[in-house]
Design a protein around this ligand. Structure first.
Ligand code: UD1
Length: 366
C-alpha cells in the first residue's frame, strides 16, 4: 500500500509523528508532502527534528496568503504530485487550508482520501477550520474519528458508513513525549524571560482569527491576561505577533512575559511545569487535559467537549464579561481532585489508523 500524507501546519506535524512511526513498522510506502503553509523553523523544522519525523519527500513551498490564495496554491501545486504518485490513499490531517486542498486535489483525481481527526465540529461557521473539516469529511472516503462524539456528528450528517473510531493520535505522541520528559531525556525549554519554572506560572497561547484580528477584541484579551495575579508565559504565534504589531498593541504588559513558540517536547515540559493553561488552541486544550493541568479556553465553544467534564477545561467566550476577581480565580483554580477518564484513547491510535487503512483500502472493499 502506498500512502501520501499531506501536512503543512504545526498541529499536523504533531499528528504526523506517530503516524509516520506506525507506517515505518510496516512494509507500506509512506510519502510525506509538506505544503509549506507553515515555514518558520519554530512552526515546522523543529517538529521534524524534535519528533523524529522523516524529512518531507516533496515540499510545495506555498507560504502564507488569504484563504483562497493559500488553498488554491496548495491545490494547484498538489495536482501534478498526486498524479505522478498515484497512491492507494491520500491521508489528510485535521482542519487547515492544507487539509481541504489535499482532499480536493485527491478527490478530483479519483484517488481515495482518508481524513484523520474526522467528525470534529464547533458548529461555529465563522471559523475557517469548521469550513475545512466539514467539507473534507464530506468528500473523504474514510473518516478516522478521534472520539465517540465525532462518530455521532458523522452519523448525524449521514456519513456513518465511511466512519471508523480510530482514537486520537495526539494521545500517542503526547504521552510518549511526557514519559521522555519525566525521564529527563529533554533539556529545559526556553521559557520567556522573567518566567521562573520553579514558581507558579500560567502558560498561554492565542492565535485564532476571532481573538487576534479585531483590534478591540485583541486588546481586551491581552488586557485580561495582563491583569492576572500570576506570571503568564505567552508563547506568541507569528499571527499574534503580526496582528499585535499592526494594531499597536503591546503584548508584554502586566503579568505577561512574551516568548516564542516552543518545540513539542519544550511545550510538554512547559505545560507540566505550569499551574494551568490559557489558550484558544484545540491541541493545547487537549495537551493540558492529558497532562493533568487545568485549562481556560478563550472561545465560546470547543470541539473537544470531553475536556469540559469535571472542570478540567472551562470556556470563556469573553473575559470582559466576568468580574476581574472571578476571571482570576477561574484561571488560577486548582486541578480537580477526581482524575479524568481516557476519552481520547490509549495511545495506540496510529497503529489503528494504519490497520483501518489496510482494511478499507479500495481493493479490499466489497
Ligand atoms: C493555521 C490553521 C489553524 C491552526 C494553526 C496552527 C488554517 C485556516 N488555519 O492557522 O487551523 O490552528 O495553523 O498554528 O489553515 N505566519 C508566519 N510564519 C509561518 C506561518 C504563518 O509568520 O510559518 C504568519 C503569517 O503572517 C500568516 C499568519 O501567520 O499570514 C497566519 O498563518 P496561516 O497558516 O494562514 O494560519 P494560522 O493562523 O497559522
Amino acid at each position: 500500500m502506498k500512502v501520501i500524507s499531506i501536512v503543512g501546519a504545526r498541529p499536523q506535524l504533531v499528528k504526523l509523528a506517530p503516524v509516520a512511526a506506525a507506517f515505518a513498522q510496516t512494509d507500506h510506502q509512506h510519502v510525506i508532502v509538506h505544503t509549506g503553509q507553515h515555514y518558520d523553523a519554530d512552526l515546522s523544522d523543529v517538529f521534524f527534528s524534535g519528533l523524529g519525523i522523516p524529512d518531507p519527500d516533496v515540499h510545495l513551498g506555498v507560504g502564507s496568503g488569504s484563504h483562497g490564495v493559500q488553498t488554491g496554491s496548495v491545490l494547484s501545486a498538489l495536482d501534478p504530485v498526486l498524479e505522478a504518485e498515484q497512491p492507494d490513499w491520500v491521508l489528510v490531517y485535521g482542519d487547515t487550508n492544507s487539509t481541504i486542498a489535499g482532499a480536493l486535489s485527491a478527490v478530483k483525481q479519483h484517488l481515495p482520501v482518508a481524513h484523520l481527526e474526522a467528525g470534529l465540529r464547533s458548529f461555529n461557521r465563522r471559523m475557517p477550520e469548521e469550513h475545512n473539516r466539514v467539507l473534507t469529511d464530506h468528500c473523504a472516503d474514510l473518516l478516522l474519528a478521534p472520539t465517540e462524539e465525532a462518530m455521532r456528528h458523522l452519523a448525524n450528517e449521514g456519513l456513518a458508513r465511511r466512519a471508523e473510531l480510530a482514537g486520537d493520535v495526539m494521545v500517542d505522541i503526547c504521552l510518549r513525549i511526557r514519559d521522555a520528559v519525566l525521564a529527563g531525556e529533554h533539556p529545559a525549554p526556553l521559557l520567556p524571560e522573567g518566567i521562573d519554572p520553579a514558581k507558579p506560572f500560567l502558560l498561554a497561547t492565542l492565535h485564532r482569527p476571532d481573538n487576534t484580528d479585531d483590534p478591540a477584541r485583541l486588546a481586551a484579551v491581552v488586557g485580561a491576561l495582563a491583569a492576572l495575579p500570576m506570571p503568564v508565559a505567552l508563547l506568541a504565534h507569528p499571527r499574534l505577533t503580526a496582528r499585535a504589531e499592526q494594531h499597536g498593541i503591546d503584548l508584554a504588559q502586566g503579568s505577561i512575559h512574551v516568548g516564542r513558540p516552543l518545540p513539542y517536547a519544550g511545550l510538554v515540559t512547559a505545560v507540566l511545569a505550569s499551574s494551568g493553561v490559557v489558550t484558544d488552541s484545540g491541541g493545547l486544550q487537549k495537551e493540558a487535559y492529558l497532562l493533568d493541568r487545568v485549562c481556560t479556553t478563550i472561545r465560546p465553544e470547543t470541539e473537544w467537549i470531553e475536556t469540559l467534564e469535571g472542570g478540567w477545561n472551562h470556556l470563556v467566550p469573553d473575559p470582559h464579561d466576568m468580574a476581574r476577581d472571578e476571571w482570576a480565580a477561574l484561571v488560577t483554580r486548582r486541578a480537580p481532585e477526581a482524575p479524568h477518564g481516557a476519552p481520547y484513547g490509549d495511545g495506540t491510535a496510529a497503529q489503528r489508523v494504519v490497520k483501518l487503512m489496510e482494511q478499507r483500502a479500495p481493493q479490499h472493499q466489497s
